[in-house]
Design a protein around this ligand. Structure first.
Ligand code: M6R
Length: 625
């Protein structure tokens, strides 16, 4: 999604902004731009497409790199500027619609993350007052509104306060005023914005992993706070204009953010990190399989756990799929009715929650607007929230601070989620065991066996990862297909959904995931010799039925691919291609079955020359509803 960077200090501004934009690239974007003070004017340069395009335009724009604020260019000169990566919401990706945006007098420049919901109403008022608009964006309304309010208030802060009162929606803003060459103004509401506190220099960014590249300390802005940032000071005000005393916090370092560790893509690196991710979570939360799970952040009383009336899991995308695996395991171990909903759909559904309900919010970024909105609604009914996120300094972490589980996977740079999916599943399994142990809902023998098997998972993942070449060799031949169908049952049905999502995201090939029993109720109509069917078929309760459903697909001449365990001879009898995984207990098999399918999506996408780490139209953290 959109990203914001800002800097004020003695460093040459353009290289600093470009470095900041590079750190934001992973979020997904379709245009970029920067605004810097130059002499007594503001200078904006922007470009559709990748950051390299912006750099090309900058290199063709003599003088910008020397831009200084009317200073003499000595090392003491102060440089000030803002930059943005845009993920289009209002208006197509184009040079014109890229941020920053000017007001009509080119006296104010704004970059914006989020959405202004009432922009058409505000625009209509401004149009009636004679303001001319150049772009289709909601952001231009913000800058024109501030300019308009500045005319009447003659005060920058009052103009910003007034505009905030007029605008509805979510926003993180960085604003430059021509007449304040050494200051950045910043505002946020329901969109993250962090000030990086440096030594005689300050930064601003829409995510803490970006500022963590530059500084050790941060100030987090809360909703409806306005910051005035100069080289040596940071003043923060509330909407009444009162100065606030803000905490300065140590930044959580994300050192590995731009390091591919020798892999061609972040995605390949992240898939290959999955054994370590699961292993480190098990080390933290289940150091000894003979002892109880250690969840220090979870202060749920045994009384509450014993009386939970239902569990509702809210999430989006891949996190939703980990939630579906979670449902299966919760119901299996605790017998508590568990429902999983797309966060975006929950807003329209009836609540049905009580103060005995447990709501689990899952989000790798912790900033997904749909998830946050749904969770706020769920807790408004008195339900207790447990948050599962990879980001300990995210909005979800803040919302769920009383009951928070960090699915620690390290920074995931590739837009498509892989290692964070396994991390979420690990935490969900452990949470289900934790509840089962606390309430005595499952036989101790079953729990002990499960814990023992879980401890073996990292080495099984490792063994699976070593088969990458085998997977590559077997899947490339399907790269020219236009449609894929993935099927699975029970605990591997969510893996069919996740595999289809990965293939779509990475390769742009159309793919659907189905519960294998559902094929005959309709989807089987799409099968013919051009549509590969990928069956996830693991020994256990579901094996025979998945086999039967696969035979039905084969009878329609579909090319047949299986994810099956070593030694499964029966699979060879009907599948054209078998992607082998080490033998595994069905209940924990999703940890392995997903891996060949991540590779399938990766290798096909790479073969097709796709932008594997930053697929078109996608964003890493989706901060608009
Ligand atoms: O940050 P979140 O886990 O809340 O993100 C949810 C989805 O947007 C995310 O999983 C998305 O589906 C990914 N692109 C999956 O690869």
């Amino acid at each position: 999604m959109c990203g914001i960077i800002g800097y004020v200090g003695n460093k040459e501004i353009v290289p600093v902004l470009l470095e900041g934009l590079r750190c934001l690239e992973y979020r997904g974007y379709d245009s970029t731009g920067i605004a810097v003070h130059k002499g007594s004017a503001l200078n904006i340069i922007k470009s559709v497409g990748k950051l390299a395009n912006l750099e090309e335009v900058i290199n063709k724009t003599p003088g910008l790199l020397n831009g200084k604020n009317g200073n003499n260019g000595s090392p003491k000169s102060i440089y000030c500027g803002i930059g943005h990566t845009r993920w289009a919401t209002h208006g197509e990706p184009s040079d014109l619609n890229a941020h920053p945006h000017f007001d009509s007098d080119e006296a104010i420049a704004v970059v914006h993350n989020g959405i202004i919901r009432n922009y058409q109403e505000v625009k209509a008022i401004l149009l009636r007052q004679g303001v001319r608009f150049l772009t289709e964006t909601d952001t231009e309304v913000i800058v024109q509104s501030i300019a308009n309010n500045f005319k009447s208030t003659k005060s920058i802060l009052n103009a910003i306060f007034k505009s905030i009162n007029e605008l509805e929606g979510s926003y993180a803003l960085a604003i430059l005023f021509k007449d304040q060459p050494n200051k950045i103004y910043a505002v946020r509401k329901e969109a993250p914005l962090v000030i990086g506190v440096g030594n005689n220099e300050n930064y601003l960014a829409s995510d803490s992993s970006t500022v963590s590249q530059f500084v050790e300390k941060v100030i987090r802005l809360n909703d409806n706070e306005v910051a005035e940032i100069s080289k040596e000071s940071i003043e923060v005000y509330n909407l009444k204009g009162e100065k606030l005393n803000k905490d300065i916090q140590a930044v959580i370092k994300s050192k590995d953010i731009l390091d591919k560790r020798g892999f061609k893509h972040y995605l390949a690196k992240e898939i290959n990190e999955q054994a370590d991710v699961v292993s480190s979570l098990l080390r933290d939360f289940l150091p000894n399989h003979e002892k109880q799970i250690q969840f220090e952040h979870l202060k749920l009383t045994t009384d509450f756990l014993k009386n939970i009336d239902r569990i509702l899991i809210l999430a989006c995308g891949t996190a939703y799929h980990s939630g579906l695996v979670g449902k299966y395991i919760f119901e299996n171990l605790t017998s508590i009715p568990t429902e999983v909903q797309f966060a975006s759909e929950y807003l329209n559904s009836k609540a049905l929650l009580t103060n005995k309900s447990l709501v689990i919010g899952i989000s790798q970024s912790g900033e997904t607007a749909d998830t946050l909105a749904a969770l706020k609604k769920a807790i408004s009914y008195g339900a207790t929230l447990v948050g599962i996120t990879n980001k300990s300094d995210s909005a979800l972490a803040e919302l769920a601070k009383e009951h928070l589980l960090i699915s620690k996977a390290g920074t995931e740079v590739s837009v498509a989620a892989t290692k964070t999916f396994l991390a979420q599943m690990t935490v969900l399994y452990l949470l289900a065991i934790y509840i089962a142990e606390s309430t005595g809902s499952s036989k101790q023998k079953k729990i002990s066996l499960l814990k023992q098997e879980l401890k073996l998972i990292p080495q099984l993942i490792d063994q699976t990862l070593t088969r990458a070449e085998h997977y590559q060799e077997h899947v490339i031949k399907y790269a020219n297909r236009a449609d894929f169908v993935f099927i699975g049952r029970g605990i591997n049905y969510p893996i069919a959904l996740e595999a289809a999502l990965k293939l779509k995201e990475l390769s742009y090939i159309h793919a659907s995931g189905y519960a294998s029993g559902e094929m005959k109720h309709g989807p089987i109509a799409v099968l013919d010799p051009t549509v590969p069917v990928v069956s996830i078929i693991v020994p256990g309760e579901t094996y025979d039925r998945v086999f039967q459903n696969s035979l039905e697909a084969k009878s329609r001449q579909a090319p047949m691919i299986a994810v099956a365990v070593d030694g499964d001879k029966k699979a060879e009898s009907i599948f054209d291609t078998v992607l082998r995984i080490p033998p595994i207990m069905e209940l924990i098999s999703p940890f392995l079955t997903v891996i060949p399918l991540q590779f399938l999506a990766y290798y096909i996408a790479e073969h097709l020359g796709r932008d594997v780490d930053q697929p078109r139209n996608l964003a890493k953290s989706v901060t608009v509803e």
